[in-house]
Design a protein around this ligand. Structure first.
Ligand code: NDP
Ligand code: 8X3
Length: 257
């Protein structure tokens, strides 16, 4: 096995932005701890990236506090000095208006994007603080946390949580040498839309049609840049969107239509 170097702990590592971060950090020589629910994908990644760097994988659901605690507690010694945490596990469910949304979908977004992120962050903080200078938490927020849009309801609100939590966390841990960033992407082509549309691939093709959306590796490049900055530089929030994605003008509802 290769010698364990800087360790990046990445959630949501089996797809999209998290997977791209795993690949990009491995390319840059970082050792990896990879977290997600789908065991086969994690093991395939371990086999592939393990050719380059040491990789430890743990299949788990970030909403399961006890499983997260057990996994962090049981990290093999070489992987326990974590320098970077990337919280990428997350999802949106549904695109219809709030009044037609499934309440169960709202709960799942809150559980994953808020509770799951809080579980991993709180339980890993002692390790990041022990690493000290240069340690970094990169929370994958979203432009949806800042900019409202129809159908964004709970999803956007969970990402507003990610933004504010990142700022508040920074207040507490910067004296310990730990940096915190809200890395907020716009439209990124991944399994995100397939998950949001509950497996309806026809909607996915239509959504990305005629666009040049961000690719997960575009976001991973930003994450690596943030992690490898000199320890005195802290990017508080970085919003990155494809050029093709634009704000809307205000919509005015008229009663004479
Ligand atoms: P993907 O659907 O491609 O990836 C999501 C990842 O999260 C998967 O690896 C999935 O793995 C994991 N995951 C989901 N739920 C859980 C859970 N309960 N426990 C552990 N892992 C979980 O989407 P993206 O890569 O695009 O999304 C990553 C993050 O980026 C999300 O937080 C999303 O909100 C955010 N984002 C995405 C944008 C986009 O347009 N794609 C834009 C802005 C932000 P598994 O199923 O194996 O558990
Ligand atoms: C996902 C980005 O634009 O689909 O966070 O809401 S968007």
């Amino acid at each position: 096995m290769h010698e364990v170097s800087l360790v990046a702990f990445i959630t949501g590592a089996t797809s999209g932005i998290g997977e791209a971060c795993a690949r990009r950090f491995a390319e840059a020589g970082w050792s990896l701890v990879l977290i997600s629910r789908r065991r086969e994908r994690l093991e395939a990644l371990q086999q592939e990236l393990g050719e380059q760097v040491p990789v430890h994988v743990a299949p788990l659901d970030v909403t399961d506090h006890d499983a997260v605690a057990r996994t962090i507690e049981a990290l093999p010694a070489p992987f326990s000095a974590v320098r970077v945490l990337i919280n990428s596990a997350g999802l949106a469910l549904g695109k219809g208006p709030a009044q037609e949304a499934e309440l169960a979908d709202w709960h799942r977004m809150i559980d994953t994007n808020i509770t799951g992120l809080a579980n991993v962050t709180r339980l890993l903080l002692p390790r990041l603080i022990a690493t000290g200078s240069g340690a970094t938490v990169i929370n994958i927020g979203s432009i949806a946390g800042h900019t409202p849009y129809p159908g964004g309801h709970i999803y956007g609100a969970t990402k507003a949580f990610v933004e504010q939590f990142s700022y508040n966390l920074r207040c507490d841990v910067s004296a310990e040498g730990v940096r915190v960033t809200d890395l907020a992407p716009g439209m990124t082509e991944s399994e995100f839309t397939l998950v949001r549309m509950k497996g309806d691939a026809s909607v996915v093709d239509d959504y990305y049609r005629g666009t040049q959306a961000l690719q997960p590796h575009d976001v991973a490049e930003q994450a690596l840049h943030i992690a490898e900055l000199p320890p005195h530089i802290s990017i508080t929030r970085l919003e990155v969107a494809p050029l093709c994605q634009q704000w809307s003008p205000f919509t005015v509802l008229r009663n004479d239509a």
